[in-house]
Unconditional design. Structure first.
Lengths: 244, 190, 190
């Protein structure tokens, strides 16, 4: 390791971005194509740097020491009589290291060429005051005539005075019942149950209606003094007799 | 005037954020430069192109040719369906025009937002139609020719009347309509 | 290609605030227009002038000629001064995309701080580009249209030296390159 390199390294110790970065800098000091690099020489330089840092009592990050240990192992593996069974071989490990250095070097150079290009806003400029392009969005509103008419129907239905329409049912009105009972009661001499005044064919809802109306009719006729009523107990048959 | 100078003035004017005076141009391209000559050359060069070099007072700048302004804006139509509030409001205006917003609300039984009538005006179906001569002089609304043609109507008289709506079952209160479907003994309640 | 069309494309590109694609240009000048032909004509027309028409990715825009930078360079500091880590990371993404953070770290030999990629994304040069379908599904990164525009590249094929790097196998992962090398050695040896 040359004196010069050691001096440089001493000064720049803060600047390295990790062991691979340092290795690349050392490799470039060999001033040969990275493909021709001597890995052994590189290992010597790296270990020399680490030792120097130790003697200067500089604090080295752990990854530098890990790399130093690995390189020391690689060095001995490359120098000692090899065990052919051992994989990966030390040569392969050395090649792997060399490939990694080549890759990092390639990207470092590519980055430098990239940032040296004519860059927008630094070397070339877009128009300073563009008029700008405008997209004018227009809504095309859609509705069908049926939607319109149905909507009006809906509003009218919603807001017209509410009319409750009761579906028509067959009923016997009170007037009808009074007439019937008045006519029939006169033709009977003895007590008769209310049900006997209902139309013979009355059935279902109509019969219920007729019964209710006839009941109210006999109450009305009794009030008028035209008939009298008799019932033995609550819910027992109700008897009617003419008073005339 | 050299070609190199015209190129320089061209680039400086292009990149400038505001029109530049002769002095400002000189500060970029050289104090001794025949900037006026370069500007004249550029003016000729760009005459009739999509870009023009124009003078505003004592300042110069590039702008797009005025007759191409229509290309710089692009219309895009999105088709959108009218909301329920929108269609109901439109229906009320069509059947009752001219009608104020308060009257529309009274008929709908619901308040309408400002946006609802705006949308109908944007669609070109509704227009302001004078003011009602009552306190506050509220604006009245009516339908347009565009409304008639969109809905395929020759005139507003073509809108189905209340009797037509009733016959079509469109006026049935909801609960009755329901009963009509479930029972056949229903007769007209009126 | 008509002169009228070249004028129209010229005006639209000139007015645009960002590079435009063929489709975007068509939206302004007419769907059937031979925009490509017009662009070629404009490119020839502006060659060597102070303004140039350039393609960046699939988009086109006008910019000042690079050799006039000295007239235009603004006094302000380059606000996009990148750290060395930033430059290397950007180069690795550009030459290897799409690439994961672990792959970037493998090439650089150090961990990259979260901020490094953030700065590149904030500059608009790098974007997330899906996930690698390996355990952990790491995010991949790639460059953007803005990257091409900023560095004056018509496409990624214009990246400096990319063909040589590819031919030398320097853009392959180390393990792949190693396989190639060792298999060669093996065949040599036999």
């Amino acid at each position: 390791m040359s004196e010069d390199a050691a001096e440089t390294l001493k000064i720049e110790i803060e600047g390295w971005e990790g062991p691979l970065d340092l290795l690349l800098a050392l490799a470039r000091n060999q001033k040969v194509d990275l493909r021709q690099i001597s890995i052994l020489e590189l290992v010597e330089q790296y270990l020399g740097f680490v030792n120097q840092a130790r003697t200067l009592q500089l604090e080295l990050a752990a990854d530098y020491l890990v790399m130093a240990a690995w390189l020391a192992f690689l060095k001995s593996a490359l120098l000692l009589p090899r065990n052919p069974e051992e994989t990966p071989s030390p040569e392969e490990l050395a090649l792997r290291l060399q490939l990694r250095l080549e890759r990092l070097n390639a990207m470092r150079e590519a980055g430098a060429r990239l940032v040296a290009r004519d860059r927008m806003g630094r070397d070339v400029f877009p128009r300073g005051n563009p008029e700008g392009l405008r997209v004018v969005r227009q809504a095309r509103w859609e509705a069908e005539i049926f939607d319109l008419i149905a909507a009006y129907g809906r509003i009218s239905a919603r807001t017209r005075p509410v009319m409750h329409v009761v579906a028509h049912r067959d009923v016997m009105t009170l007037e009808e019942a009074i007439e019937r009972v008045s006519a029939l009661v006169g033709s009977q001499v003895d007590w008769s149950v209310v049900e006997s005044f209902l139309p013979a064919d009355a059935a279902g809802l109509y019969r219920k209606s007729a019964l209710a109306s006839s009941f109210v009719a006999v109450l009305e006729l009794a009030r008028q003094g035209k008939v009298e009523l008799r019932q033995k107990s609550p819910f027992a048959p109700l008897y009617v007799r003419s008073l005339q | 005037m050299s070609d190199a100078l015209a190129r320089a003035v061209e680039a400086v004017l292009f990149a400038a954020e505001a029109p530049l005076s002769i002095e400002e141009l000189r500060a970029h391209v050289g104090a001794q430069a025949d900037v006026r000559g370069a500007l004249a050359a550029l003016e000729r060069f760009y005459a009739g192109r999509g870009i023009e070099l124009v003078r505003r007072g004592e300042r110069w700048h590039f702008q797009t040719a005025a007759d191409l302004a229509h290309l710089l804006r692009r219309d895009r139509e999105d088709s959108r369906k009218l909301s329920r509030a929108g269609i109901e409001t439109l229906a009320i205006i069509a059947y009752h025009e001219p009608v104020t917003r308060a009257e529309i609300e009274a008929i709908r039984g619901v308040q309408i937002s400002k946006g609802t009538i705006d949308v109908l005006m944007e669609a070109g179906w509704v227009r302001p139609a004078g003011r009602r001569e009552v306190p506050g002089r509220p604006l009245m609304y009516a339908t347009t020719q565009g409304f008639l043609s969109h809905f395929g109507l020759a005139s507003r008289r073509d809108l189905p009347g209340i009797d037509d709506l009733k016959a079509a079952g469109l006026l049935d209160p909801v609960d009755l309509a329901l009963e009509a479907e479930t029972s056949e003994t229903v007769t007209d309640g009126e």
